[in-house]
Design a protein around this ligand. Sequence first.
Ligand SMILES: NC(=O)c1ccc[n+]([C@@H]2O[C@H](COP(=O)([O-])OP(=O)(O)OC[C@H]3O[C@@H](n4cnc5c(N)ncnc54)[C@H](OP(=O)(O)O)[C@@H]3O)[C@@H](O)[C@H]2O)c1
Length: 313
Amino acid sequence: MTTTELPAAAAGELTIGGDLRVRRMGYGAMQLAGPGVWGPPADPGAAIALLRRAVELGVNHIDTSDYYGPHVVNELIAEALHPYPEDLVIVTKVGARRTPDQGWPAALSPDELRRAVHDNLGRLRLDRLDVVNLRIVAEGGGLSPSDSIATQVQALAELREQGLLRHIGLSNVSVEQVEQARSITPIACVQNEYNVLRRRDDALVDTCAREGIAFMPFFPLGSFTLQHDSATGADTKVPQSSPLRDDAVDDIARRHGATAHQVALAWLLARSPAIACIPGTSSIAHLEQNIAAAAIRLTAADQHDLATAPARG
Ligand SMILES: NC(=O)c1ccc[n+]([C@@H]2O[C@H](COP(=O)([O-])OP(=O)(O)OC[C@H]3O[C@@H](n4cnc5c(N)ncnc54)[C@H](OP(=O)(O)O)[C@@H]3O)[C@@H](O)[C@H]2O)c1
């Protein structure tokens, strides 16, 4: 069986940065680390099997960071998949570091960004990174949505000129920061929190589609949300008790014989051709369900019900 016959192909493809063609149903690897995205998973062999299964099912876009674990997730990816399939696109991110108390403070100085790019190259066993997302982090003296990110974007642009990365993306950014970055250098993709229940970035998704920028929503299944405290500037990751326990999503899932999570992914794929999904899971069964969601076609009635349902924010 060739990969093009496998289920991920049902999602169609998009191009990142004008030259990296990926299937729109990818995989987010953050859940492969231990609890709290800290340390190794209970069963590293299962994590490796999951990565290989994802590729076998046609996934050719994996999202990661060297600060997942830290280091653990990149090491698992390299162990499972290196030497990488020619069409595999690995998107990583820089901008945070981990502390022994499992914190995620900012690491946004040019030196820290350079070091992080080299750390990703080393652990992923690559000479050049496909895409590096600059993740804007407020904690630990970092940057807020209204701050300039010019210094950081320039630092990554220099690393690209040195041949260490192919494309620059942005994560957890405001519309103004996207505009500022684009005035400095081409931006290939944006990764912000966005899902069927959290649509604050509706306008940004449309801008990305218009401008040929890929949009990879994080928390696509709504398992967490970020709460920004403007007084302290900190973003807190808040677990959602029943993120997809939503009447409209549940009704549509029943109509399609699908799960709510699958409907959430199908909604993202239908929402904009600029969107590539990176659902995270540590379970092969969930991985397979998520990939199968690429084949769900929401009807106009489904779309209407989801658009008009209350409690969207
Ligand atoms: N740029 C950023 O700041 C940022 C922030 C967060 C995440 N990310 C990236 O985005 C990716 C996705 O985000 P995420 O993993 O945090 O959240 P998510 O994809 O919204 O949800 C992951 C959670 O949903 C569960 N899940 C997955 N598939 C499921 C299914 N079919 N049925 C039921 N439960 C399911 C997983 O548990 P199981 O393991 O039990 O399946 C896990 O707890 C990450 O992996 C990471 O690569 C980026």
